[in-house]
Design a protein around this ligand. Structure first.
Ligand code: PLP
Length: 431
């Protein structure tokens, strides 16, 4: 039996000085209950908590640790660059190198603006789309999460869905009024919104594979349909690739699905887990950003040298070794088929949605295609499954409204251990 006594003690202390004891809501285990596990270190596919427990990690810092934790070339690069300074507040050659690398990897972009988080990236993309089109409204999808800027906290996924918050106090009605929402995978609803708000919609922002209500795949024709609607109505299509970028393919979802976005947002992975985000797109749009244009955006720590060298090292590895994506796919296939066996043997109804190295499990007989179907699954069973897995050394996202992320440091040994844990967990929670 795992003991969590130090985590329990630390959570008690944390609640005195940090609201809710955590610096980002989903970490608090609110939807699965219990005490959040406080981590001490991580290596490869494993995380180790303050009580000395070891976990196979399926969060991977919510995506960026695609090659596993403490990937040696990244650690070494950070150590070397930290000695030069942790921040200059002035441009560096490194920023050009990482921008050039991103432009070479991602289709349909000429320019990249670095920011400090996925939230900032989406916020900037939206402001840019509004500035470029001269329109105010935008469309997002229920259960998609684009960070915590006011405009996006309407029908949001991730922690907002996990905590069941319907409308966020502090977000004014004036701001929320410009956010139009449609169910994911529902083109007719989007068409209706466009028809009802002629020449008022600046952008449609979408997670091309949704990862904030579990993992939900775009149905055939959905992304293509959005592209067509945008083209026909002078609307910019923003792909939020904070989760999918450099993970589903070197060039992200645009490459995988062969669909062009007008703007793309990235997050955590381009800093290899350091606090980074970016917005990217063609010159004609991107040059509207200050100081080239009038759409203002800035950041003291943007392009931070430590984040840039960490990200550059990781992205270069991904760029030079496309076999990584094939290996990740094989590992995901292996895990998913083992999980199907485990759930099948337990007699529980379940759905596994998966693409590349992203997946999620929902306990229901119905396909999970949008926020409504994700919400209708048996999330109480997920809660029990989560804890039964945790006790067996497998760290899953502590909410059914999150995607699992696999890393390439996983070997058959850890995958087999995960499948065995799932079999035992399902037997244990049936009783
Ligand atoms: N967009 C998506 C798709 C995300 O998954 C997230 C966070 O998980 C964000 C935006 C916000 O990124 P950050 O937490 O770095 O602000």
């Amino acid at each position: 039996m795992y003991s969590y006594s130090k985590s329990e003690m630390l959570f008690g202390k944390a609640k005195e000085v940090i609201p809710g004891g955590v610096n980002s809501p989903v970490r608090a285990f609110k939807s699965v209950g219990g005490v959040p596990v406080f981590m001490q270190r991580a290596q490869g596919p494993f995380m180790y908590d303050v009580d000395g427990n070891r976990y196979i990690d399926y969060i991977n810092s919510w995506g960026p640790m695609i090659l596993g934790h403490a990937y040696e070339p990244v650690v070494k690069a950070i150590q070397e660059y930290a000695a030069f300074s942790t921040s200059f507040g002035a441009p560096t050659e490194l920023e050009i190198k990482i921008a050039e690398l991103i432009v070479s990897m991602v289709p349909n972009i000429d320019m990249v603006r670095m920011v400090n988080s996925g939230t900032e990236a989406c916020m900037t993309a939206l402001r840019l789309a509004r500035g470029y089109t001269g329109r105010n409204k935008f469309i997002k999808f229920e259960g998609c999460y684009h960070g915590h800027a006011d405009a996006f906290l309407v029908s949001a996924g991730s922690g907002v869905a996990t905590l069941g918050i319907q409308s966020v106090p502090g977000v004014t009605a004036t701001v929320a009024d410009d956010t139009l929402t449609a169910p994911y995978n529902n083109l007719p609803a989007v068409e209706q919104l466009i028809a009802g708000n002629p020449e008022q919609i600046a952008a449609i922002i979408v997670e091309p594979v949704a990862g904030n209500m579990g993992c939900i795949l775009p149905q055939p024709g959905f992304l293509e349909g959005l592209r067509q609607l945008c083209d026909a109505n002078g609307i910019l299509l923003i792909f939020d690739e904070v989760m999918t970028g450099f993970r589903l393919a070197r060039g992200g979802a645009q490459e995988l699905f062969g669909i062009r976005a007008d703007l793309v947002t990235f997050g955590k992975i381009i800093g290899a887990g350091m606090p980074v985000g970016a917005v990217a797109g063609p010159k004609a749009i991107m040059e509207n950003l200050a100081p080239a244009g009038k759409v203002y955006q800035a950041g003291t720590l943007s392009g931070n040298p430590i984040a840039m060298i960490a990200g550059y090292t990781l992205l270069q590895t991904l760029n030079e070794n496309p076999v990584i994506y094939q290996q990740l796919q094989e590992k995901a296939d292996y895990l998913v088929s083992g999980l199907r066996e485990a759930f099948g043997a337990s007699g529980s109804v379940y759905q596994i949605n998966t693409l590349g190295s992203m997946l999620s499990v929902h306990f229901t007989e119905y396909p999970i295609i949008d926020f409504t179907s994700a919400s209708a699954a048996n999330n109480e069973l997920f809660r029990r499954f989560f804890h039964a897995m945790l006790e067996r050394g497998v760290y899953l996202p502590p909410s059914a409204f999150e995607s699992w992320f696999m890393c390439n440091a996983l070997t058959t040994e850890e995958l087999d251990a995960t499948i065995q844990a799932a079999k035992a967990a399902m037997q244990a929670i049936k009783q």
